[in-house]
Design a protein. Sequence first.
Lengths: 44, 390
Amino acid sequence: MDHVFYTLQDFMTYTESVTYLLVIATLVGMTLFWLFLTGGKHKD
Amino acid sequence: MAQVTTAERKSIFSLFNLIALIVLGVGVYITYLRFTGGLAAVTNLSDYNPWGIWISFDLLCGVALAAGGYVTSSAVYLFGMKKYHSAVRPAILTGFLGYALVFLAINYDVGRPWRLPYPLVVQQGTTSVLFEVGLCVATYLTVLFIEFSPAAMEWLGLKRARSLVVKLTILLTIFGVVLSTMHQSSLGALFLIAPSKLHPLWYSPYIPIYFFVTSIIAGLSMVIFESTLSHRFFAYKMDGTHLQEANGVTLGFGKAASYVLAGYFAIKVLGISAENQWHYLSTGYGTWYLVELLGFVALPSILYAIGVRTKSLNLIKFTSVLAVLGVILNRFNVCLVAFNWHLPSSERYFPHWMEIGLSVFIVMIGLLLYRFIVTRMPILYEHPDYKDTH
């Protein structure tokens, strides 16, 4: 993750790219976690 | 039930009462020293560290852990989850006592406590976050008092006044949610002014959101924790409805806490990414940050989820303690551990024993007030004269 940034544009391009990928992972992860949370053998 | 009640009454010389007496005695002594000798007589506070554990524990943790009031009342009255109705009064009482004790504690911490009303009547400082916090906490304490008052009115037999206050329930709940959203987040916003003092892993432009979300986690977990303690010590006071709904409250609140914790974990990681602070994770502070994030956020989220899936009430109750400790750890980290992190260790703050003693004194007052109210007023049961009128 250690990166040398020479311009703000460079910094923003790198950090926002990683963040957008993490946002997508979060949306998928939260959906899967909800399915896990509401699953189980004994339903309400 | 009558036998248990008699046994309870006989236990005035119990171990708990003895400890309470000692703590109260020490607390009164520290109070005397504080108000005769000033802050320097009982604290290790300095110009570098003007906020000690009276702020990090009594105020930041006190306000967060008292969030069960607005979380529970909004779930029941705004979202219509009536199956959690029996949890409302204990949660409101805990919230009311929590905020009342925050107000008590701030009188010790502020150098000139008699100036506490100044922001309301002398100089508003409307651009100050602290003014907003003060105004919100003062208003919300009033709202909580009114929300709690029907229980006291039922106990005192004030039927007309009670029916008037009960009509305001929805309005008060809305006030509670709005005010809590504002000041829970503003307590985090207080640290926005100190980007150079707070470690970059804990400092974030999103810190108000973190504080607000953790208050929901604290509120949900405290309701489960407090319900566990009430069942242990005050089960003889509970009516059938309360006992019947208790497991549902634990499971429902555990499920909510699990998902909110997962969301909090996600936004914390996104926060690190947005600020590109990854490289700090390999430092000593980074290790401590990971302990907080993995051990007290991710782990409770997973344990709550497993507990809910397997309907393991004991696991959910255990996890509630872990989650509450996690919120306390977060407030300590933000306010103490990661604050002034660049200072040499000789300049760092460690609380005086009397600061810790006073915090224990204030918690003890809360426990004694809770016991006094719960054993007298209809908190854990419905008053026979008002059944089905809620």
